[in-house]
Design a protein around this ligand. Sequence first.
Ligand SMILES: O=c1ccn([C@@H]2O[C@H](COP(=O)(O)OP(=O)(O)O)[C@@H](O)[C@H]2O)c(=O)[nH]1
Ligand SMILES: O=C(O)[C@@H](COP(=O)(O)O)O[C@H]1O[C@H](CO)[C@@H](O)[C@H](O)[C@H]1O
Length: 314
Amino acid sequence: MPEQVDVSTWFDTHTYRADQFDAATLVAAKGGRGISVLIPAKDEAATIGPIVTTLRTELMQQCALVDEIIVIDSHSADDTAAIARDAGAQVFHVDDLLPELGGRPGKGEAMWKALAVMSGDIGVYLDADVEDFTADFVTGLVGPLLLEEDLAFVKAFYDRPWSSGPPRSSGGGRVTELVARPLILERAPRLAGFVQPLAGECAFRADVLRSIPFVSHYGVDIGLMIDVERREGLAAMAQVDLGLRRHRHQDLAALSAMTQHVRAAFDLRAEPDGPGVVESTAVVFARVGSRMQMSERTVTTAERPPMRDVLGER
Ligand SMILES: O=c1ccn([C@@H]2O[C@H](COP(=O)(O)OP(=O)(O)O)[C@@H](O)[C@H]2O)c(=O)[nH]1
Ligand SMILES: O=C(O)[C@@H](COP(=O)(O)O)O[C@H]1O[C@H](CO)[C@@H](O)[C@H](O)[C@H]1O
């Protein structure tokens, strides 16, 4: 049974700031542990280059904090893969990894397959659509993991200005605020202290994430949180303030599908021995010419088994 800690006590004791950690201290604390940065990317030609270049220059060349940068190309139609490779990342097409298991679309699949190729003891997932990326995203995330031996998982949080608004206004995180947070209070209240529960950026012990299933698409992030809390306990989790984050905003239709995956993740993880697939249907409206049309959108959210089981079977 994992150690239990009260949520508000956890918030006070397990919330860090990125500026508490500097790369030199972390390199010294790292010891023999390998650190792999893993970036799922679909059509991110505009931002992937500067992200990989910043990581390689500041965290691999100027100091030896990061050991590998792996970009998982998730069916990009643009030059994401070539740009990432030119900037110094190892790039894998998602369908080329574990090909015997077939290829599936979505961010969750790319994150899961990254676990099959990473060599580090510690992993860091980053989103590839972040503008003005800085290396302290990684030092902030791995800092608590390297310095606090009881931790297994560190989640990012940040201010999320709306791109057209004044510098520090809020507005981003629409699915988080309108759907995920109410569902967390109702169905996973131990996670209520996480400021950005859907954040794509987190650091983790590889053995822990290899021992839990992965929900597909945008259900992956909340699915991981639910399972890490169940297995390791809240005391093994932390969050870190990365300051400001700007990213590309998807339109409401895409976020509506994201909402279906997030809700499905709660359903899948509520029934760990269930069928591992949820089909959900939403009603959607679209104007065609002068008429409004109503239709249904069915979305499938599925699980992948723990990577440890898959690799162990090979
Ligand atoms: O099918 C997909 C969709 C998204 N992503 C990646 O997942 C991360 C977060 O997704 P996205 O930027 O679409 O979400 P948003 O931040 O716009 O809500 C980014 O690195 C995407 O390139 C992916 O690998 N496969
Ligand atoms: O929280 C949300 O509503 C969505 C969309 O954010 P915006 O309303 O476009 O800022 O963002 C979540 O999903 C993204 C894709 O995985 C992540 O990049 C964000 O960190 C996460 O909060």
